[in-house]
Design a protein around this ligand. Structure first.
Ligand SMILES: Cc1cc2nc3c(=O)[nH]c(=O)nc-3n(C[C@H](O)[C@H](O)[C@H](O)COP(=O)(O)OP(=O)(O)OC[C@H]3O[C@@H](n4cnc5c(N)ncnc54)[C@H](O)[C@@H]3O)c2cc1C
Length: 123
């Protein structure tokens, strides 16, 4: 999936806009006082703060089990949500593909159907 942050950064740089990380946001009356990492402050009525997310895959002992992760810590899976350890499956945000609720739900339903629903053979 393309990185929105990289694209946005390029657009801002092209427009010669400032690109500085936020250190803190405080409510100041009707506005927000935004402290930036370059020591400057901005007072504004709206802040759009897109932090990005990384997969939360570190606390399961996956490395000890030999489950492969990618550079960002996402669990690598095949098209059946199966990891390189055949008995271990993963889906949803921890696989860092399309990180949306309907995708996690659909993948979960498809996997449950594949693993547990026994479809009777045709007579
Ligand atoms: C601010 C925000 C806004 C979003 N808005 C939208 C939106 O508008 N539409 C949309 O489709 N998607 C949206 N998403 C994305 C959506 O929330 C995720 O894609 C979806 O929740 C992924 O489902 P999941 O089951 O993979 O992960 P999660 O819903 O994050 O579920 C993971 C669960 O695992 C638990 N957990 C974590 N570590 C452990 C552990 N060690 N042991 C046991 N349990 C653990 C967590 O507590 C959590 O309950 C948004 C996400 C964020 C952060």
């Amino acid at each position: 999936m393309p990185r929105v942050s990289a694209h946005l950064r390029l657009l801002l740089l092209r427009q010669e806009r400032k690109f500085v990380l936020i250190e803190a946001i405080e409510k100041a009356g009707d506005c927000f006082a935004v402290q930036l990492l370059d020591d400057s402050k901005v007072s504004t009525d709206l802040v759009m703060y897109a932090t990005g997310r990384t997969p939360n895959s570190t606390e399961f002992g996956l490395e000890q089990l030999g489950v492969e992760l990618d550079r960002e810590g996402a669990i690598k899976i095949n098209s059946d949500c199966q990891t390189n350890v055949p008995s271990i499956y993963a889906l949803g945000d921890v696989t860092n593909r399309v990180n949306l609720t309907p995708v996690a739900i659909a993948d979960g339903m498809a996997l449950a159907n594949k693993l547990y629903v026994i479809i009777p053979a045709r007579k």
